[in-house]
Design a binder for this molecule. Structure first.
Ligand SMILES: C[S@@+](CC[C@H](N)C(=O)[O-])C[C@H]1O[C@@H](n2cnc3c(N)ncnc32)[C@H](O)[C@@H]1O
Length: 221
């Protein structure tokens, strides 16, 4: 895992430029970003955050940790990337690169990325077929042996399931929950192995809010 910078050097981040605080600084959303950092090995290479939003995951890594990765954030929505730039500037965070692109058709070469994240995003992807299509793109750009880290809101948690089910009647944006079993079924098809599952909230299949899932891309035989 990455080494934390000494606490005296890391004053709290200034979030005053975050426009939708309820969406980006909510409890589960923040916990997912915080816990996912544990999946980063202390190595080097390219780390890409797909659907980075306003970039808070990369800003936090750069702010709190010593590391040797090149950090790139990609999002479909240009205004969110401008917000990411502003948050970085306010917090004097440097060396982050932003790409405006679509997770379904990534403008990134095959087999080049050491570790990929896609956090708090599959909850907004309507069908499992679409999730699978994105996953295949993430696997394409990952190096053989590299990691793909994403999370799902836990469909087996009745509160999460009901919350998202009821939300689907409000014609705003999609909210979907998924189960680990659905991903287990497609590991061979997408060319990965499931190597870790971490719970957000209680470590229990019925009560966890969210699962952070880590896959490893198969090595070429
Ligand atoms: C709930 S936000 C999560 C942002 C960030 N990952 C985080 O954890 O704070 C979901 C993000 O997915 C992005 N997104 C949705 N569909 C996308 C696509 N097809 N390609 C790239 N980004 C997409 C949205 O623009 C939004 O920024």
């Amino acid at each position: 895992m990455l080494t934390l910078k000494p606490a005296r050097l890391t004053k709290p981040l200034d979030f005053s430029d975050v426009k939708r605080k309820k969406a980006f600084l909510g409890y589960i959303t923040s916990k997912v970003r915080e816990k996912a950092i544990a999946q980063i090995p202390d190595e080097h290479g390219v780390l890409v955050d797909i659907a980075t939003g306003n970039g808070l995951f990369l800003v936090d890594i750069q702010h709190r940790y010593h590391h040797s990765y090149k950090l790139i954030g990609l999002d479909l929505r240009y205004p969110l990337l401008k917000e990411a730039q502003q948050i970085s500037k306010t917090n004097i965070i440097k060396n982050l690169e932003w790409i405006n692109g679509d997770a379904f058709y990534l403008p990134i070469r095959t087999n080049g990325v050491s570790i990929i994240f896609c956090l708090n995003t599959f909850l907004n992807i309507k069908t499992f077929d679409e999730v699978k299509a994105i996953l295949k793109e993430l696997v394409r750009i990952t190096k053989p042996g590299g990691k793909i880290v994403f999370d799902i809101r836990n469909r087996s948690n009745i509160l999460i399931y009901m919350k998202y089910f009821l939300h689907s009647f409000q014609n705003t944006f999609t909210t979907s929950s998924y189960s680990i079993a659905q991903f287990n079924c497609i590991m061979e098809e997408v060319g990965t192995e499931l190597i870790n599952v971490d719970a957000v909230g209680l470590r229990n299949k019925l009560f966890a809010w969210d699962f952070i899932i880590t896959l490893q891309k198969q090595e070429v035989k």
